[in-house]
Design a protein around this ligand. Structure first.
Ligand code: SD4
Length: 338
């Protein structure tokens, strides 16, 4: 038998739970109206990519389709920093890396892929059609061809050929000599916020509140042949946890991998830190690890939480991200450590 005291206690607990649920529902409803669907992506190229993603999201499409088709715009752009028009490696070949992740922890990735225009779509096929997460090099290319992706001509874009010729004049082929940092982001390229970037990372939440993300890159220009950065690595260049949020990274991939950047941000968000606070904490970790060398590198992190809040943080000034939702379409300059 239930006594009066117990009855009052349990009624109070039930009504508190009810109120809490009501609050959560009300917040969710408000944030549905205000904060999502939403898509955010790295660098100024993100503005165009977001347009394609927004077409899908605003028509009640799936975030996964939005993040694939969004970054395909950047992969297609002729002389852009991403895709087959990008800078080659030291041997003069463009090699591409990409990964994608949906709301159910499904993920796919390709790396060191040559002569395929849309690595992000190959990554999605790896996710959907194989039991694997990553395919690399000739195996990834073989899979792409078997899936019907055309093999493109092996030819540098005019701009890339020009910058490769310039690079050959001054830099030569000197893998891993002396100052490792300067091989990647030379300090001169960090002046005036004019950063060397070769990547787009995109994260989105659709009308159903589901998150997905994509990341695609040509990697660092004039990298050693076979070098991979963070962009195709789930947990480094991209991570999505549909209960918590999504994060993508750009910049010097070696230093993102070192701290499992995107995953580390998500774990901080899970503890209750905002997207910006979480990104800042991981940037702080990298800066601490790098010591004096931190001033020569760029890493930027961009995150979106389950309520549609966006935040970013980077090491050097100069990183910006593009945002598109019901209320705005704009480029935002990220806060930076220096
Ligand atoms: C990489 N994170 O390959 C990429 C490079 C990048 O803008 O983001 N460039 O390390």
């Amino acid at each position: 038998m239930i006594n009066r005291r117990k009855f009052v206690q349990s009624a109070a607990i039930t009504s508190m739970a009810f109120l809490a649920d009501k609050d959560v529902l009300a917040n969710k409803k408000n944030s549905t109206l205000k904060n999502y669907p939403i898509v955010v992506s790295t660098w100024e190229e993100g503005l165009n990519a977001n347009k394609a993603a927004w077409n899908i999201l605003s028509n009640n499409g799936r975030a996964l389709d939005a993040v694939e088709q969004g970054v395909m715009v950047t992969e297609s752009s002729k002389n852009c920093c991403v895709g087959l028009g990008a800078n080659p490696d030291r041997d003069g070949f463009v090699t591409l890396d990409a990964c994608i992740m949906d709301e159910n922890f499904n993920c796919g990735s390709v790396a060191f892929l040559e002569r395929i225009k849309h690595p992000i779509s190959v990554a999605r096929r790896v996710m959907e059609k194989t039991s694997h997460v990553m395919l690399v090099g000739s195996g990834a290319q073989q899979f792409a061809i078997a899936e019907g992706f055309p093999l493109e001509e092996q030819k540098l874009s005019e701009e890339a050929q020009q910058s490769y010729n310039n690079w050959l004049k001054t830099s030569g082929y000197q893998p891993n000599k002396n100052n490792k940092e300067n091989e990647l982001f030379a300090p001169s390229t960090l002046e005036n916020g004019d950063l060397n970037h070769d990547t787009i990372g995109m994260i989105a939440m659709d009308m159903n509140g589901n998150l997905s993300g994509s990341c695609t890159t040509s990697g660092m220009g004039f990298k050693m042949r076979g070098r991979l950065g963070d962009s195709p690595i789930i947990g480094a260049g991209l991570y999505v946890d549909n209960e918590v949020g999504a994060c993508t990274a750009t910049g010097q991939g070696e230093d993102v991998i070192r701290v499992s950047g995107a995953h580390a941000v998500i774990e901080l968000m899970r503890q209750g830190f905002s997207p910006e606070q979480s990104c800042k904490k991981i940037i702080e970790r990298i800066v601490k690890i790098k010591g004096d060398k931190a001033k020569n590198i760029q890493v930027a992190l961009l995150a979106l939480d389950k309520q549609g809040n966006v935040g970013s943080f980077c090491i050097q000034p100069g990183f910006s991200f593009a945002i598109r939702n019901n209320v705005s379409e704009k480029l935002i300059v990220s806060k930076s450590w220096f």
